[in-house]
Write a protein that binds this ligand. Structure first.
Ligand code: ZN
Ligand code: ZN
Length: 385
């Protein structure tokens, strides 16, 4: 088959102490400290064969993620920008949907022809965090499109336990093609859902919600806030095109945070009461969190989704006086996240179709990732089949 393969050189930065585990497994915990001179190309790759518990999927759609962009971009010493768990060479791509074309002999839940989307995090179910119910914090994690072959490819083999059927979405849209595209948005939507509702406990209908960053995760957060009955939704984002997308999926007001003071805007819109639920999806907490902190409603919550290796000053007095809470969130697995997002999409209450702004064939995947670097699109979709 064909796949978009990333290869890079294992050349740890002199300042980085490579652990024994990293040497043994070939997996870098901090990718940007080890992988140098990344090369991305669509080329031949061995056909995957499904194991006994696995299904073989013909991949129909795979979205380009911000992390894919951080494999394409490098720092001045030619190291990748992505700071997370990685092992190369591998095929990138982890936000996808596909059709089951073959099943292993111990597969019981799926059959040939089923339409599914898939979790990206291959949690083990055996480590202590998994056994305690925290699969997003698995200590034996493999990640599709990061440490094991991903979905910018014709086929992938995955354990059936990571697959979720999207036939209800196909019924909603009356088209398999639309279901596969929308289905490929499930993973990033679940990242937002997991953060807002599973981790931070959600908000009450009527509450005022602000979202910093209107990339795909922020846009999903806006759509989810709308579906969950927010009384007002405000988005802060620097790209004019993404501000339009934010409105299209449910934001009542959108602003470029370079042109306004976000905290003053929130205090004005809430008539001095502050906002109840704050979502950081911009990955610039050093800028966004201090603004949220100045607009905390009493009993408010803030949740960090964007990734940024930055230390943020927080004035805890505000959290005491305003009875506020801050939550950290990562991942998308477990906790009913996938099935509930699929239900919201199938019901029409969460409609993220407007955020898909570009389409590419598998052969043009590198161009698709290069396009994402402009940071003005919503979700760019690659169609391997
Ligand atoms: Zn992603
Ligand atoms: Zn585990």
């Amino acid at each position: 088959m064909r796949g978009m393969v990333l290869d890079a050189k294992w050349e740890p930065k002199p300042s980085y102490a490579v652990s024994d585990w990293e040497k043994e497994t070939g997996k870098a915990i901090t990718g940007n400290a080890i992988w140098r001179n990344p090369k991305l190309e669509v080329r031949d790759w061995p056909d995957p064969r499904p194991g006994p518990k696995e299904v073989l999927l013909a991949i129909q759609a795979c979205g380009v993620c911000g992390s894919d962009m951080h494999f394409y971009e490098t720092d001045t010493d030619s190291y990748i920008l992505y700071p997370g768990l990685t092992r190369f060479p591998t095929i990138l791509g982890h936000e996808f949907s596909g059709k089951v074309v073959e099943v292993g002999k111990e597969v019981t839940q799926l059959e040939v022809g089923d339409m599914v989307t898939v979790e990206e995090m291959i949690w083990c179910g055996r480590c202590i965090p998994c056994r305690n119910g925290y699969p997003n914090h698995c200590t034996n994690l493999e990640e599709i499109g990061f440490t094991i072959p991903g979905a910018f490819a014709n086929f992938i083999a995955v354990d059936e336990k990571f697959c979720w059927k999207i036939d209800a979405i196909a019924e909603r849209f009356g088209s398999e093609q639309a279901a596969y595209e929308v289905g490929a948005l499930t993973e990033p939507s679940c990242v937002a859902y997991n953060a807002m509702f599973t981790r931070a406990g959600g908000f009450k209908p009527g509450h005022y919600v602000d979202v910093f960053g209107a990339g795909p995760i922020g846009l999903a957060a806006i759509g989810l806030a709308k579906a969950a009955g927010a009384g007002m939704i405000v988005a802060f984002e620097v790209s004019p095109r993404r501000l339009d997308l934010a409105k299209a999926v449910g934001a009542d007001f959108v602003y470029d945070p370079r042109q306004v003071s976000p905290s003053e805007v929130m205090m004005e819109l809430s008539k001095g009461q502050g906002f109840d639920f704050h979502v950081e999806a911009a990955g610039v907490p050093e800028i966004s969190i201090p603004e949220m902190e100045k607009a905390l409603a009493i009993n408010s919550r803030m949740v960090q989704i964007g990734r940024a290796a930055a230390r943020v000053p927080m004035y805890l007095e505000s959290f005491q006086v305003r009875r506020a809470q801050a939550f950290g969130a990562q991942g998308h697995s477990g906790h009913e996240n996938f099935p509930n997002v699929i239900r919201l999409v199938a019901s029409g209450r969460l409609d993220l179709r407007p955020i898909i702004t570009a389409h590419y064939d598998l052969a043009q995947t590198v161009d698709a990732i290069a396009k994402s670097v402009e940071r003005s699109d919503g979700k760019i979709m690659v169609h391997p089949s």
